[in-house]
Design a binder for this molecule. Structure first.
Ligand SMILES: Nc1ncnc2c1ncn2[C@@H]1O[C@H](COP(=O)(O)OP(=O)(O)O)[C@@H](O)[C@H]1O
Ligand SMILES: [Mg+2]
Length: 385
């Protein structure tokens, strides 16, 4: 199942946004325009659906409360609203599922945060519409969504299942390399990839070998002198490690452990592993970080080639401002989501007609679309004294 469409109202810096998604989507725009905020919608829905310690109240609280979450440009209407459409095939006209969630503070007394709308549509049929008569009788029920309640979501369990299996990846190599020395604090859901090695250790030997083989092949193409990758738990402590062998001017130079890998190699490994790991929605933040331009250019192809033999390909949403990544001609313009900042917050748009013509003429997204997202005053940064 794919997410095909997203409608946001008063979500962070989006006062109103309509977003069409593709199996591979690229969210592009300058710094602080809201790329991470856009990915955060899916993390928010995942947080609501978490089997333990989830729920609407907690998900809002973890983001600093409704006043932080709601768009600062919101007019009188205080409601935050998210609508998501799902389809089994991208080309289907009617979505197989639609989920709508609106919430706002009660506006009096205790200022509880209440669900103002919750709807589920299966095809053309609406199978949930809140507030309903039970909610009217007991308004406390509106502090929770039906997504988070196993008792009430039996008819649309696919939706909480989908949301809760979303993966967010923003691997920070230093946290992985120096985890022991800087103390092992980890955030829930491990957004920064600290448990990457444990994830590798957890799967069966057969699956692990098959995945590492594929990664091996891709790395050979991307990293100079790279020869082989293997999984090797520490003989004494049993802790999982990855080791790589490089062709070296010293013939017997041995295997290197992950703490000697370059930051870029580690990030690339994290990205590749995630591509192979599941079939749910995958959110990748700025995969270009620490990587050589020539490797970054290949990321769109890498995502396809690594997933080629998988039964169900992951839907991937990438945030990026990398010229190299977007210079790849294989990027489908339908998956390009352009974020532009204006007085009213951030506007979201697809590739426009003029840009489409440029792409048809053989230019890349980097050449045609990216220049439009360049901050207007950027030259002045260099003039600061
Ligand atoms: N509720 C809100 N209303 C308006 N702007 C917000 C809100 N919450 C966060 N922002 C703004 O969003 C920006 C950060 O967006 P972010 O998604 O991190 O940008 P990017 O990932 O594109 O660099 C910050 O400038 C912050 O002020
Ligand atoms: Mg960001």
């Amino acid at each position: 199942m794919y997410i095909t469409y997203l409608h946001l109202k008063n979500w962070r810096n989006f006062r109103e946004a309509e977003i069409y998604l593709a199996p591979r989507s690229y969210v592009i725009g300058p710094n602080a325009v809201g790329k991470s905020n856009l990915l955060d919608v899916f993390r928010f829905l995942r947080d609501i659906c978490k089997p333990a310690g989830g729920g609407l109240q907690k998900a809002v609280e973890n983001r600093g409360g409704i006043s932080k979450l709601r768009c600062l440009h919101a007019r009188k209407d205080p409601e935050v609203k998210i609508e998501v459409h799902f389809s089994d095939r991208m080309e289907d006209e009617t979505p197989s599922w639609r989920y709508v969630l609106g919430f706002k503070p009660e506006g009096k007394g205790a200022q509880r945060l209440l669900v103002s709308t919750e709807e589920v549509w299966q095809g053309r049929r609406r199978i949930l519409s809140r507030p309903d008569s039970r909610d009217e009788e007991d308004r406390q029920l509106l502090t929770e969504t039906h997504l988070e309640q196993t008792r009430t979501n039996a008819k649309f369990r696919v939706l909480p299942d989908f949301f809760s299996s979303t993966t967010y990846l923003h691997l920070v190599p230093q946290l992985l390399k120096y985890g022991d020395r800087i103390g092992g604090n980890r955030l829930e859901d491990d957004p920064f990839g600290q448990s990457f090695l444990e994830r590798i250790a957890r799967c069966t030997a057969k699956t692990r070998e098959a995945r590492l083989r594929k990664m091996n092949k891709a790395l050979k193409a991307a990293v100079p002198r790279f020869k082989e990758l293997r999984f090797k738990p520490d003989e004494n402590t049993g802790r999982p490690h990855l080791e790589a062998l490089y062709e070296h001017y010293r013939p017997n130079a041995g295997w290197q452990r992950e703490d000697d890998f370059s930051d870029g190699t580690l990030r690339l490994l994290g990205i590749m592993w995630s591509l192979l790991e599941g079939d749910s929605l995958l959110l990748i933040e700025e995969p270009e970080l620490s990587l050589h331009q020539a490797v970054v250019e290949q990321i769109p192809l890498l995502m396809n080639s690594i997933q080629r033999e998988m039964k169900q390909r992951r839907q991937i949403i990438v945030s990026t401002h990398s010229e190299a990544l977007l210079s790849n001609k294989g990027i489908d313009s339908k998956g390009v989501i352009v974020l532009e900042s204006n007085k009213e917050g951030t506007k979201v748009r697809p590739v426009n007609e003029a840009e489409e013509k440029g792409l048809e003429a053989g230019l890349s997204v980097a050449e045609v679309v990216l220049p439009q997202t360049r901050p207007k005053m950027v030259e002045q940064l260099g003039l600061w004294k």
